[in-house]
Design a protein around this ligand. Sequence first.
Ligand code: SF4
Ligand code: FES
Length: 271
Amino acid sequence: MSDKVNVYINSKRYQAIKGEPLLNVARRNRVDIPALCYEESLKPYGACRLCLVDVKEGAKKGLTTSCTLACSEGLSVVTDTDEIKKHRKVLFELYLSQAPSSEKIKDMAARYGVFATRFELKHQENDKLNSKCVLCGLCVRTCNEIMAAGVINFIGRGHNTKINTPYFESSDVCLGCRACLEVCPTKAITIEDRSNIRIMASWSNTEVELKKCAVCGKYYAPERLDEKVDSLFYYKDKDEKLKDMCPECRKKYAAKKHTLIVKGEAEKYAK
Ligand code: SF4
Ligand code: FES
């Protein structure tokens, strides 16, 4: 039985995989639905509420979040009704107050004609997330569910909720992988590399040691991350030399090795 289904977004038909979030289909087909807390590699969470659509045909009619809406045959939604716009406008006002320094939020809000907020600005002195965090939770979930590191979490409640390390203490389990920074939709997180140290400035200034490439001498990856990757993956034709090289030197070494193997001079590549 095929797992393909037909869904309709604003009356236009699209193919989808049965059960996949409708937001995926919209993104694949460049249908603009604003969203802050969705990342394909994580289970939908439905926290930001921006991705609302109105279900016209489907199991449950009415407003719902498209990141948690599973595709089924004949599902039909509209993405931009007056009611949806009204909801999004209020949400953008809330996000403008929550993350007053975020250019991304300002841009998203402007597209809905929202340029100011009636809510109190949450500008905080010395905010480690630069007054840009919307508490979408993507960094926390990526750190916990994908990297299995568990370095950061939500701290406090309500208006005082923050994201950081437990007790705001520097972490001795942080891998320094930067995955949190990559997923953050508002670029709230600060990480700096200074010579052989990566400083996770947003996460209580946690310091992570970087590894030096044995060939070119460049610092290229956190030691702890490198060890973790090594312990998780087993390469069949493991060449120990590759272990201590940066990606660029690895590529050059692998290309040279391949050429020598093709020429029948494989014994030379060890030199
Ligand atoms: S730091 Fe970024 S990813 Fe983490 S909760 Fe805030 S906005 Fe979301
Ligand atoms: S992306 Fe759907 S609720 Fe945030």
